[in-house]
Design a binder for this molecule. Structure first.
Ligand code: MLT
Length: 389
C-alpha cells in the first residue's frame, strides 16, 4: 500500500479536479503570478519569436541553432503537403454550424488520409499540415473560395495568411498579429481542458488525429477556447453602448451595472493565473503600438484598467485580472480579421502544437517509455432522486 497522502472528503469532489496533481508536463508550465513558460522560458519574451523557433523549442526542449532551424523549417514544409483527398473531403463538409465543428471533423478526415499511426511522426506531420487544414476549412466555411496554393517557403504563419482569402485585409497586418497570436497560444500547461482531453483520448490508444479532434471539441466550449469569440462580442457590445469616446467613468458604471444584474464581464479571471495574463500584456502592447485609434482597442484598453479595479473590490473573485481573451479578438479584428467565429479555430490551430507534443510524451516517453495507462479515475456512487423525471 502506498502512503495515504490525504483523505478525500466531499469538498474534494465535483471541483473540476482543480489543482490536483496528475502527471508531468514536458512542454510548459503556468505559474499563478508569473504566467506561462515554454520549456522554462517566459512567453512574455516571445513577442518577436518566429513560430518555427518556438515550435522547435516545444518539440525538442531546447533552442535550435540557425542551421537546425533552417532544416526544421524545410522539414515542416515537406511534412506539410496535404493529400488532395483531405482537401476535397474538407470542402464537402456542411457549412452550417460553428467552424469548430468543422475543425474537429477536418482533423478526423486528415487522420484518415494522412495518419501514419505513429504518434511521433503524426505529431510533426499534423503540426506541419495544420495551416493548410485550417485555411481550407475557414475559406470553405466562410465562402471565400479555394485556398491559394500553399507556399510553405513563406514561413509557417506567413503561408497560413497567404492561403486564407481574407477580404480587404493587409497581408502584413495579418501576418504580424497572427504570428504572435499563434506563438502565444501553443500550450498552457498539462491540465487545461483541451490538453487533458486529448491526452485522455490518446490514453485509450486512439491515434493522434482523433485525439486532437477531441481536444478541439473541448476547446470549442465558451468556458475554454470560445471565450475569445465571446469576448470580442462583449467589447463590441460595450462600444455600442458607450461609444468610441467613452470615459473611464462610463465604463466603470457599465461594469457595475452588469455586475448588479448578474451579467458576465468577459475577459477577466483564469483558472490558474492571479495576475494579468502575460500573453494579454504582450497583445495589449501590440494593440497600443499599431492600432491605438481602433475603437475596439480603445474600449479593450479601458476595460483592462477599469475592469480590474472594479472586480478587485469583490473578495469572492480570486482573479480580477484580464486574461488573454480580453484582447486577442480585439487585436485580430483591428489587424483586419473581424470574424469572431473563427477566433477559436485560430486558437486551436496553435494549441494543437503543444497538445500533440504532450501526447507524444504520455504515449511513448513517460514511465521510461512504457507510457501512461488509460485514464480511469474513480467516481463514488450516489443515490439521489431523479431530477429529470
Ligand atoms: C489558457 O490558454 O488560458 C488555457 O487553455 C486555459 C487553462 O489554462 O485552463
Amino acid at each position: 500500500m502506498g502512503e495515504v497522502l490525504f483523505e478525500v472528503t466531499d469538498e474534494h469532489l465535483e471541483t473540476g479536479m482543480r489543482g490536483y496533481p496528475v502527471g508531468y508536463c514536458v512542454t510548459s508550465s503556468v505559474d499563478p503570478t508569473k504566467g506561462l513558460f515554454y520549456m522554462g522560458r517566459p512567453v512574455g519574451e516571445m513577442s518577436h519569436w518566429s513560430p518555427e523557433e518556438t515550435i522547435y523549442l516545444i518539440n525538442y526542449g531546447r533552442m535550435g541553432t540557425e542551421d537546425e532551424l533552417k532544416a526544421f523549417s524545410q522539414e515542416l514544409a515537406e511534412r506539410g503537403k496535404l493529400n488532395l483527398k483531405t482537401v476535397e473531403a474538407i470542402k464537402r463538409l456542411p457549412r452550417e454550424g460553428h467552424p469548430m465543428k468543422l475543425f474537429s471533423c477536418a482533423l478526423l478526415i486528415a487522420g484518415m488520409f494522412e495518419g501514419t499511426g505513429d504518434y511521433k511522426e503524426d505529431c510533426l506531420n499534423v503540426i506541419a499540415k495544420m495551416p493548410e487544414i485550417v485555411a481550407t476549412l475557414i475559406n470553405h466555411h466562410a465562402g471565400w473560395g479555394d485556398s491559394k496554393p500553399s507556399k510553405p517557403q513563406l514561413g509557417y504563419m506567413e503561408n497560413f495568411a497567404h492561403m486564407l482569402n481574407v477580404p480587404n485585409a493587409s497581408i502584413d497586418d495579418l501576418i504580424r498579429v497572427m504570428r504572435v497570436f499563434n506563438v502565444l497560444h501553443y500550450d498552457h500547461g498539462g491540465g487545461n481542458l483541451s490538453a487533458f482531453t486529448g491526452k485522455a483520448v490518446a490514453s485509450g490508444l486512439a491515434d493522434m488525429y482523433a485525439s486532437l479532434s477531441a481536444s478541439m471539441d473541448a476547446l470549442s466550449g465558451p468556458r475554454h477556447g470560445k471565450a475569445n469569440q465571446d469576448c470580442l462580442q462583449f467589447v463590441k457590445a460595450v462600444l455600442d453602448e458607450v461609444g468610441p469616446k467613452a470615459t473611464p467613468q462610463q465604463i466603470e458604471a457599465l461594469i457595475r451595472k452588469r455586475l448588479e444584474n448578474n451579467e458576465l464581464v468577459y475577459g477577466f479571471g483564469h483558472a490558474v493565473l492571479r495576475v494579468e495574463d502575460p500573453r494579454a500584456t504582450v497583445l495589449y502592447g501590440i494593440a497600443s503600438e499599431y492600432y491605438p485609434d481602433d475603437p475596439l482597442v480603445t474600449i479593450a484598453l479601458l476595460l483592462r484598467s477599469v475592469g480590474s479595479k472594479v472586480l478587485s473590490e469583490n473578495p469572492k473573485i480570486s482573479d480580477p485580472h484580464p486574461n488573454v481573451d480580453a484582447i486577442s479578438g480585439t487585436l485580430l479584428s483591428a489587424s483586419g480579421f473581424p470574424y469572431p467565429e473563427y477566433y477559436t479555430v485560430l486558437f486551436g490551430l496553435s494549441r494543437c502544437v503543444g497538445i500533440a507534443r504532450q501526447i507524444v510524451y504520455e504515449r511513448i516517453e513517460a514511465r521510461r517509455g512504457k507510457g501512461t495507462p488509460i485514464i480511469r479515475p474513480k467516481y463514488y456512487f450516489k443515490e439521489q432522486s431523479l431530477v429529470h423525471g
